[in-house]
Design a protein around this ligand. Structure first.
Ligand code: COA
Ligand code: AMP
Length: 630
């Protein structure tokens, strides 16, 4: 079938289309109601269906006779470990850990936070929660205790599941100490802290002197296996926090039935992965890519999935990606363009690529940020495969724009993220909500209802969900991205239209950074913008105005602000560029001219906005930025 025909069918015959897709997964109670109105009249899918995501990911395949197939490959160059885990072994670990959680009193309807590095135990924890109907919320390891505490207070977990430590290249990263700090900071006190002791390089948890901690491995080993608990299709499988336009992250809520249906559909029809093949998403379980295409998607489709603990470079070199593709006969891979740029920088001639047999490797998908044409060209020339740039968000949970490798698609158009995927009726609107013609830049919006698998709301905050996504253009979901459509229906993403930036494929909020920067005792005012970066796509850049009469030197304050942001938000922010300025450029009504700052810092041509309150500031900034560049 042609991708475009499938798309039209999904829009014209929504309910029938998705009922057919829902038939591709196993339900304990098959849904009779396909599309209905949920709370606040927001559309929901398969409301009366019952299922279990862990059952679909594991038990179903064992019942079908695939228990000995490898479900996970754990490859950790940073700890020199390789491990293969079959579906039978996965079930043993997950069901026993679920039994352990049950023995601690956790049950359907409770929440649990998971703060873990890329190790198999993180997958066990997520799947064990799903097995019992416990809603998990995974927090990325690069976030600091303060961020963890915000999430604890927002979703009130009954337990936190963590590990003693992670590894970044060669550095041991403390996880447990961060959890303890977050526990102290948070107002809500989870009843249990369950810790997997990695015993890295001789460091062990002192269980005797830490009676408040539960030993993950002991709990797993001593517990009886627990069965899958059927949940409603609309039961929240997880909450995943993502950056918004305010200082507070928002908890995207995902259902179970719509999501499982969408993942099965997407991994087969978009990614073109066939059951039994190896699928590798080189991301982290802390991001949506990890949830959808390291954990649930590949397993539901009976693919072997890879848990990779390392970086595309330095662990040990820029050949790691090709080594993994070759060693495990990977068919389809997903990563962020930044990872390819990092490899390209280390190995511009692609010498490492030549060392490996990539004959099993079929398709490279890229997302998280726009793929620049130079990176795409390099990849095509050196690997012999044209990567597929595709676009989606934490909110959607699965791709919204892409090519469809499981059906007949229209082929790659450079710099475009592809065409709308079945279920996503995408339009480009102007400020007033009128649809724009081809080649005009506007807001990317999607006609409601969103298809199965897209967000159900923001945890505990309907107002924020409504005002953030639904209010700007009634009847449409507002994505926060700008875009252009061409005459062939390909869409080109032009970037965020709000204060969100993408640093090395990681979504971060400049508003959140500003909140942290203004916490410095000598800072009167500040502004953080995302500027272009050859490797990471974007990096944050901060301007600070000091309180009058402060004695601190500029160098000192710059250093302290960088440290403060790292302490408050985490290492992942990578805010390293701060300059002290006398004042910020503003409009006459007092709004900071962020776009002007960004354009000046990127060294591009800029126009002085007519609303600027004092043009003299342009020269002041120029001088400062020139000084900084030097
Ligand atoms: N736990 C703790 N710290 C973490 C972390 C984690 N899981 N992930 C990153 N960090 C830290 C890093 O150690 C680094 O700290 P440092 O300032 O002390 O060096 C900081 O956060 C920034 O990390 P990162 O953005 O990863 O930059 P990098 O320079 O270490 O590596 C790339 C750059 C491009 C190699 C790397 O970002 C990468 O592989 N990106 C792939 C993109 C990706 O996975 N995107 C997810 C969405 S698809
Ligand atoms: P996240 O929610 O972390 O997945 O980040 C989603 C945001 O990343 C989107 O709103 C876009 O701004 C950006 N993004 C993701 N994929 C792409 C892409 N292929 N091209 C351009 N921007 C992208």
């Amino acid at each position: 079938m042609k991708a475009h025909e499938m798309f039209l069918n999904s829009i014209e015959n929504k309910e029938q289309f998705w009922a057919e897709q829902a038939d591709q997964i196993h339900w304990f109670k098959k849904p009779q109601t396909i599309l209905s109105q949920g709370e606040n009249n927001y559309p929901v899918w398969f409301a009366d269906g019952e299922l279990n995501a862990c059952y679909l990911a594991i038990d179903k395949h064992i019942e079908d006779g695939y228990g000995d197939q490898v479900a996970y490959i754990y490859d950790s160059p940073v700890t020199d470990t390789k491990q293969k885990i079959t579906f039978n072994e996965l079930k043993e670990n997950v069901s026993k850990f679920a039994g352990g959680l049950q023995s601690l009193g956790l049950k359907k309807g409770d929440n649990a936070i998971i703060y873990m590095p890329m190790i198999p135990q993180a997958a066990y924890a997520m799947l064990a929660c799903a097995r019992l109907g416990i809603t998990h919320s995974v927090v990325f390891g690069g976030f600091a205790p303060h961020e963890l505490a915000i999430r604890i207070d927002d979703c009130n977990p009954k337990a936190i599941i963590t590990a003693s430590a992670g590894v970044e290249v060669k550095k041991r990263i403390p996880y447990l100490p961060f959890v303890k700090e977050a526990y102290e900071m948070a107002a809500h006190k989870p009843e249990h802290i369950v810790v997997f002791d990695r015993q890295l390089w001789g460091n062990k948890v002192d269980w005797e002197n830490e009676p408040q901690l539960t030993n993950f491995q002991e709990l797993l080993e001593k517990s009886e296996p627990a069965d899958c608990v059927p949940v409603k299709s609309t039961h929240p499988l997880y909450i995943l926090y993502t950056s918004g336009t305010t200082g507070k992250p928002k908890g995207v809520v995902r259902d179970t039935g719509g999501y499982a249906t969408a993942l099965k559909f997407s991994i087969e029809k978009i990614y073109g992965a066939k059951p039994g093949e190896v699928f590798w998403a080189a991301s982290d379980i802390g991001w949506v890519v990890g949830h959808s295409y390291i954990i649930y998607g590949p397993l539901i489709n009976r693919n072997t999935s890879i848990i990779f603990e390392g970086k595309p470079i330095m662990t040990p070199d820029a050949g790691t990606t090709w080594r993994i593709l070759s060693e495990y006969k990977v068919s389809v891979m997903f990563t962020a363009p930044t990872a390819i740029r990092a490899i390209k920088k280390e190995d511009p001639d692609g010498e490492f690529i030549k060392k490996y047999d990539l004959s099993h490797f079929r398709t490279q998908f890229l997302a998280g940020e726009r793929c620049d044409v130079a990176t795409l060209d390099w990849y095509e020339e050196k690997v012999g495969i044209t990567p597929i740039d595709h676009w989606w968000q934490t909110e959607s949970g699965w791709p919204m724009l892409s090519l469809m490798r499981g059906v007949e698609d229209d082929g790659v158009k450079r710099a475009s993220a592809g065409k709308p995927i079945p279920g996503y009726d995408i339009k480009i609107f102007d400020e007033e909500g009128y649809e724009l013609e081809a080649h005009h830049e506007g807001y990317l919006v999607i006609k409601l209802p969103l298809p199965p698998g897209a967000l159900m709301g923001i945890w505990g905050d309907y107002e924020r969900f409504h005002y953030g996504y639904l209010a700007k253009f009634p009847g449409y979901y507002f994505s926060g991205d700008g875009a252009i459509r061409d005459e062939d229906g390909y869409i080109f993403i032009t970037g965020r239209v709000d204060d969100i930036i993408n640093v090395a494929g990681h979504r971060l909020s400049t508003a959140e950074m500003e909140e942290a920067v203004s916490g410095h005792k000598d800072v009167a005012e500040c502004c953080v913008v995302g500027i272009e970066d050859d490797l990471k796509g974007q990096i944050p850049f901060g301007l600070v105005v000091l309180k009058s009469g402060t004695q601190i030197s500029e160098t000192e304050v710059e250093k302290e602000v960088v440290a403060l942001v790292r302490e408050k938000i985490g290492a992942v922010v990578a805010l390293k560029n701060i300059v002290v300025v006398k004042r910020l450029p503003k409009t006459r009504s007092g709004k900071i001219l962020r776009k002007l700052i960004r354009t000046m810092l990127d060294g591009k041509e800029f126009q002085i906005p007519s609303t600027i309150d004092d043009e003299a500031i342009i020269d002041e900034l120029k001088e400062k930025f020139d000084e900084y560049r030097k």
